[in-house]
Design a protein around this ligand. Structure first.
Ligand SMILES: Cc1cn([C@H]2C[C@H](O)[C@@H](COP(=O)(O)OP(=O)(O)OP(=O)(O)O)O2)c(=O)[nH]c1=O
Length: 201
């Protein structure tokens, strides 16, 4: 499956997972990596708003140099009871994150910003993920694999982190990093996807 777009669509992301999801959905796109420092969450800011703010920073950064294009920025934040788990800074932190996430439910919020350089469309998608209790040595083995290090909450649900999952409620793709069905819907509403009503097929 491959859709056509009437404008260049740019994914403002260095994440291979996000590229893969755009490809699976058949949306033609190119990649530009945003050059932004991710600021920390503000006092009193909720995680969904934070994820949207970062998504907007990324989209805006890339959109500046790409007039006429539609740019998609995204950010994924893992959180539980008001505590935000970003990417772990080292293996010890990855282990601590996973130990506290195991045996309970946490939320994964992915913020998205789609901008045409003029208007920004922002939304976020939150998925609940329940982790089972996993023996300490399994966590150690997973941390040693290195997989957690570039991922929010120190796990990849699409990779070794799958071993922790008891149940998920919501959009799996949003946990991996991009709620691709929602992104498609926004692009369709913006008239970016060719072949819709009133368009030549
Ligand atoms: C929870 C979870 C996160 N992740 C990843 C998705 C994101 O790449 C990363 C969260 O960090 P982000 O800061 O959202 O994204 P990034 O820095 O990797 O990429 P970019 O800003 O260039 O778009 O965690 C998974 O791959 N699987 C998961 O199950």
């Amino acid at each position: 499956m491959e859709f056509k777009t009437n404008r260049q669509v740019i994914l403002a992301s260095g994440s291979p997972r996000r590229s893969e999801l755009m490809g699976v959905a058949g949306i033609p796109f190119i990649v530009r990596k945003p050059q932004v420092e991710e600021p920390p969450i503000r006092e009193g800011e909720n995680p969904e708003d934070y994820a949207e703010r970062l998504a907007r920073l990324k989209a805006r950064d890339v959109a500046e140099g790409e007039p006429g294009s539609v740019v998609i920025g995204s950010d994924t934040v893992v959180h539980q009871d008001g505590r935000v788990y970003g990417k772990p800074s080292d293996k010890e932190e990855a282990k601590a994150f996973l130990e506290s996430l195991c045996g309970s439910v946490h939320s994964v919020s992915t913020g998205v910003c789609v901008t045409d350089g003029d208007q920004d469309r922002m939304f976020s998608v939150t998925t609940e993920v329940e982790f089972r209790d996993v023996p300490g040595w399994v966590i150690d083995r997973y941390v040693d694999s290195g997989d957690p290090m570039d991922k929010a909450g120190a796990y990849g649900i699409q990779s070794g982190g799958a071993l922790f999952v008891k149940e998920i409620r919501g959009d799996y793709q949003a946990v991996v990093g991009l709620p691709v069905a929602d992104v498609f819907e926004v692009l369709e509403e913006m008239g970016v996807i060719a072949g819709g009503e009133g368009d030549e097929p």
